[in-house]
Unconditional design. Structure first.
Length: 80
């Protein structure tokens, strides 16, 4: 998990435009953007299983094969 503090205006812009892309950009399972005054990165091991295709550790990963929803759709050839 990566925490990115930001002033409220920037926080709203990032959350509205890029929230879904941030985990891919930072190569981590979860990115949380929250109000704050100083830049801080906090890294913690996820409690969830990792997707066998993209390696993101998400609550939704389960079953055999252990895939997240996005990768399940991709493997099935469904639009993403």
């Amino acid at each position: 998990m990566l925490h990115l503090p930001a002033e409220p205006r920037i926080l709203r812009e990032v959350a509205e435009k890029y929230e879904m892309q941030l985990p891919d950009f930072f190569l981590c399972a979860t990115v949380r953007v929250e109000p704050g005054e100083t830049l801080r990165a906090e890294v913690a091991k996820s409690q969830y299983l990792g997707c066998e295709r993209c390696w993101r550790a998400l609550e939704e990963v389960s079953g055999t094969p252990a895939l997240c929803r996005r990768c399940t759709r991709a493997v099935r050839g469904e639009p993403g």
